[in-house]
Write a protein that binds this ligand. Structure first.
Ligand code: ZN
Length: 209
């Protein structure tokens, strides 16, 4: 039975369903690939039986950002709204939920969230946007791992790694990275379905930087 458990499992498999040209909100007119993530029952890491659909996303072939499929209808001339890449939304919510874990967020933590967001996402974020996100996270009510599991179908590996990077920087921001923080990173990696080998390599690359 123990051996059976080691070699069987389920995991998300990502495959391309369509290609074309779209207007990437980050970098303009570019080729894209539309991808689907489906959960498979696997044996010895080989996907055998297709299970539920986890999600669908559009990936920009130029910058690698991923978006919900309705980004294909995005027309910059018609809509002046800013479309956020899924990893940007994920980074924001992850940091907010980590800081909310003790029930409160103070100005110092908001400043820290803004600093780390700029470092990881390469974009500025206003203080009011952080407070809006805090309000949304409270209203949503989901815990961090539950929230991250819901992103598995809309993120590629790069998006997941950027979220892990931001979470690591928040966890280590008090200068302390001990067992509880390590345990949390493992939990987040599992929720995002990142392999433990990949997680170790991502965390290793941040620690070296
Ligand atoms: Zn792009």
């Amino acid at each position: 039975m123990a051996i059976y458990l080691i070699f069987c499992g389920t995991h998300g498999v990502t495959y391309t369903t369509d290609r074309g040209v779209f207007h990437c909100p980050s970098c303009g007119r570019q080729p894209y690939e539309k991808k689907r993530v489906r959960r498979f029952f696997s044996l010895f890491s080989i996907p055998l039986v297709p299970l539920g659909l986890l999600g669908e996303y559009v990936e920009c072939s130029q910058c690698g950002d991923t978006y919900r499929p309705d980004v294909l209808d995005f027309d910059p001339e018609v809509a002046k709204r800013e479309v956020e890449a899924e990893f940007q939304a994920g980074i924001k919510r992850t940091m907010v939920l980590m800081c909310l874990a003790d029930g409160v967020i103070d100005d110092k933590e908001v400043a820290e969230i803004r600093r780390i967001y700029t470092e990881v996402a390469g974009k500025e974020i206003a203080e009011s946007q952080v407070w809006d996100e805090i309000a949304r996270a409270r209203e949503d009510g989901r815990q961090l791992t539950e929230y991250l599991s819901s992103l598995v179908g809309v993120l590629n590996d790069r998006g997941k790694e950027l979220i892990i990077r931001a979470a690591f920087l928040v966890a280590a921001s008090d200068g302390d990275f001990q067992e509880p923080e390590q345990h949390l990173m493992v939990e987040l990696g599992e929720a995002l379905e990142v392999s433990s080998a990949r997680l170790r390599s991502v965390l290793g690359s941040i620690a070296e930087a």
